[in-house]
Design a binder for this molecule. Structure first.
Ligand SMILES: [Ca+2]
Ligand SMILES: [Ca+2]
Ligand SMILES: [Ca+2]
Length: 149
């Protein structure tokens, strides 16, 4: 009987061990690595999570990620799933839902460096941020109402 109880206790311990959640909120090592080699003063955009599928960078504003001018063009519109900023002037990057800095906005603060997955993030108006960025500009953090975190 004692032996059976011991076995049961061991099983219970093993079961509880399985229930201990894995450490969450791990930083993206891929984004960390990319940030180390990024150019100061540039914002980078990626089609996939964890800074994968890099498709463009900008040192200035771009009012339309889907036109044929500026840093972001054509298929860059509504494609970003992770973004990275290596600010050099204390500015935040303000991403917009629509071209012309229109629709909802979402800011990446200088201290944040990157957002490794936009899935589940929303613009200031509640619209989904993933695969929906259509313009961006650099602004003081005080001009932002909604931030990536
Ligand atoms: Ca994407
Ligand atoms: Ca453009
Ligand atoms: Ca959009």
């Amino acid at each position: 009987m004692r032996k059976m109880l011991t076995a049961a206790a061991t099983l219970a311990l093993a079961a509880s061990g399985v229930l201990i959640p894995a450490t969450s909120a791990q930083a993206s090592t891929a984004c960390d690595r990319f940030w180390s080699g990024a150019l100061p003063g540039y914002v980078y955009a990626f089609g996939n999570t964890d800074c994968g599928g890099y498709f463009g960078r900008a040192g200035s504003h771009d009012a339309d990620w889907g036109d044929n001018a500026g840093a972001f063009r054509g298929g860059d519109d509504n494609a970003a799933t992770s973004v990275l900023s290596k600010d050099s002037a204390g500015l935040a990057v303000m991403f917009h839902e629509r071209p012309g800095y229109d629709g909802g906005h979402l800011c990446l603060e200088p201290s944040e460096a990157y957002a490794d997955n936009l899935a589940g993030k929303t613009f200031s108006n509640g619209a989904a941020a993933n695969d929906n960025i259509s313009s961006h500009r650099w602004v003081p953090s005080s001009a932002c109402g909604t931030f990536l975190d």
